[in-house]
Design a protein around this ligand. Sequence first.
Ligand code: HEM
Length: 462
Amino acid sequence: MAGIFDSLFRMRYGSVMKKFEGIPGPTPIFPIGTMSEFAKRNPWEVFVDYEKQYGGMTLCWLGGEPTLVLNDPNLIRDVLITKADDYYKDYPIKALRPVLRNTVFNLNSPEWDKLRKPHSHPCLIEGLDSWLESQFPVVKSVVDRHLSKMRETAGEIEILDKIQRLFFDIFNSIVCGPQFQAGGYENYYKMTVVATRRMATPQALLIPPLDPSFHSAMSAHYGSYEKIVKQARQNPDPAANDLLSIFLRQGSEIPDEQLVDFLSEFHVGGDVSSAAGIVNTFQFLNDNPEIEKKLYGELAEMIRHKPDYDLSSIGESTLLDHVLRESLRLNPPVQVFGRNVRKDRTTTLGGREIPPNTSVMIVAKAVQRSASHWKNPDQFDPDRWANGGVDANPIGSDYFFPFGRGPRMCVGWKIAMFSMKIVLASMLSKVFVQTSGSFKQSLHCGVVETKEVKARLVPHQA
Ligand code: HEM
């Protein structure tokens, strides 16, 4: 039976197939291409396995659309860095458009170039590192407040939901000021649900969202940022230390509407991904009780000696840093992201010609678990980052790029790492986080989230 459908596929798409001749991959059938592989397993799991089955470059077919899946660090470097100008970002821009207006996330050159520069993007302020350090008490107080609330719940809590809400408040506080309590998490979340649904819909079938509750969520969400931007412009507080105020003081002339878009982009880019990273880390720690015990011990000791611990105390726990890196290596929240060859040119990849507009999927997870580079690649081993491991594999290098790499690398990665560390330190210095549940993975706004996870927060013994 499959033979008929293979032949039909070849009849319909033979001329396109010819352009990709010789690239290995599963056999496509009419009309779905190779998408039957996603019936039993998630696409991101299938893509990781292609590395073992077919090597670093696999040809798959999303219906009649040829897609190259890359699991090879050299090819990925070519796409994201060496030949970055030959590519543009297509998927999931159309899907995200109603949710995310004009931001670096969903623009391409030349508009993208104009925004991704120091006086045009708040995440690129001068002195970002020292500004971040100054945000330690702000982030810590948001975490402490949320943790107290979580601890009021007897029994188990929905940990992913709680951590997503936590990051929503962290980012609002550091970007708009600690006094800014946006509320409105539900509005933001509603937008991400619509975005996620649209990302799973074939591009050709996308129509503008019709649901009125989506539009009221959008206007409430953007409305709260419009207000804060207007206030910051009209009554600037010279002592304010939030990102928005600093950015404006450094002389940005970008229009208010653009600024509002940036503030919203922070949440769409950062909340779900950072929360997924934290929940994955809890899980890795639960599965590795020896490491868990050591880390809990280190952090509890820190808080015993210094109840008002500061950033440098957290910095002293290299284990914390290594645990987070190891979690992002084994289970990067953004496991797959895409590019397309520019419509006006043919490029070369791995020594062969690739036609205009071909879509390419970058798979971080297989490379970050490559046996040719990592010893015991599937093992959760934070110690691999000790004794020069961090310098040998910096964030954004060939075998470790949980935030992407090259000119379009995550603009918020330093803020994410900083905030995630404080969340882990502040929570784990006080409680054991014991997780249970089905640990089902699903995509939310392009992030692989572990859903259906309950957690019990057990206080440390005094
Ligand atoms: C653990 C947390 C995070 C992870 C794992 C993550 C991951 C990523 C990845 C892999 C990319 C590259 C996508 C590509 O090349 O197509 C990216 C881009 C981006 N991220 Fe993040 N991110 C995180 C947090 C944040 C935060 C806090 C922000 C806040 C501003 C942010 C904003 C963005 C933006 C705007 C881009 C697009 C940059 C561009 O195309 O120029 N992300 N992120």
